[in-house]
Ligand binder design. Structure first.
Ligand code: SAM
Length: 276
């Protein structure tokens, strides 16, 4: 683990729970970097301690990123700067994309040391189709904004993945059921840690399970694509559109109904235009 690294930016994935998941190349890069840009230096210090190294760290998070980014970019011309978040892959619901964008614009070398990410780990656990999936990070906390985001997510005809916290889990599962229909889903919790658990079932059953029993720990929700059995009839679509258009414009009603019934948006929009 000696010798200098080529100058540039090194995106380093770190474990999402089990420290043994740090890859040898990630450990070597952290050990040899001139500086590590970190979300929280206390968290990364524990990881460095685990591999027995000490390196200089520079906090890089949502509150100081704009201020410290130019200095980091300038240093990348002659030094190896690693970027590590508290857990998992940087840039995935974590800071970093503007650092990569500006590093590229400055013409410095950018490379990644891939490794764990909770969304990918959860997709492997859920037992739901993985040929087409979309990741939406954390849904908004406010009910209205959350419902709109879910309607938007529902226009994607594949598996959906969301990050969530224990106290909000039941309300989010209920909102997903209301917005998407009662699709098959999975709640993957504490992946790679001692109390790892994945519970699968329809959204309604998962919402009921967690309502009286909010779980602890870190969570990924995976929701399966709309199934054949859920394909709504034209009568269902017309009834839903008439109801929705009492309060929404035809295009918003079409978006909402398409997401809820798992129908193609264009088809529902054309019907909304006929019914208005
Ligand atoms: N960059 C990280 C990644 O690649 O997964 C994600 C960072 S995001 C701020 C943190 C969220 O990821 C948590 O709130 C949780 O939803 C999810 N998460 C992280 N570790 C997890 C784990 N071990 N099990 C389940 N979900 C996890």
């Amino acid at each position: 683990m000696n010798g200098k690294l080529e100058p540039g930016l090194y995106i380093v994935a770190t474990p999402i729970g089990n420290l043994s998941d740090l890859t040898p190349r990630a450990a070597e890069t952290l050990a040899r970097a001139d500086l590590i840009a970190v979300e929280d230096s206390r968290v990364t210090a524990k990881l460095l301690q685990h591999i027995g190294v000490k390196r200089p760290m520079q906090p890089y998070h949502d509150h100081n990123a704009d201020k410290v980014r130019p200095g980091l970019i300038a240093r990348m011309a002659s030094e190896a700067i690693a970027l590590a978040s508290d857990a998992g892959t940087p840039l995935i619901s974590d800071p970093g994309y503007k650092l990569v964008r500006d590093a590229r614009a400055a013409g410095v070398m950018v490379t990644t040391i891939p490794g764990p990410s909770a969304v990918i780990a959860a997709l492997t656990l859920a037992g739901l189709p993985t040929d087409r999936f979309a990741f939406f990070g954390f849904l908004p906390a406010r009910a209205g904004a959350r419902a709109a985001a879910i309607a938007d997510a529902g226009t994607f005809r594949g598996t959906l993945a969301f990050y969530e916290s224990g106290p909000r889990l039941a309300a989010t599962l209920a909102a997903l059921r209301d917005g998407l229909g009662d699709r098959e889903a999975a709640v993957a919790r504490e992946i790679s840690k001692r109390f790892e658990e994945t519970v699968t079932g329809p959204l309604s059953a998962l919402a009921a399970r967690y309502e009286s029993n909010p779980p602890k720990g870190e969570i990924v929700i995976v929701v399966g694509p709309p199934g054949e059995a859920e394909t709504a009839s034209e009568a269902d679509m017309d009834a839903a559109l008439r109801e929705a258009m009492k309060t929404l414009s035809p295009s918003r009603a079409a978006a909402e109904v398409a997401a809820r019934l798992g129908l193609p948006r264009r088809q529902v929009y054309e019907r909304a235009q006929q019914l208005k």
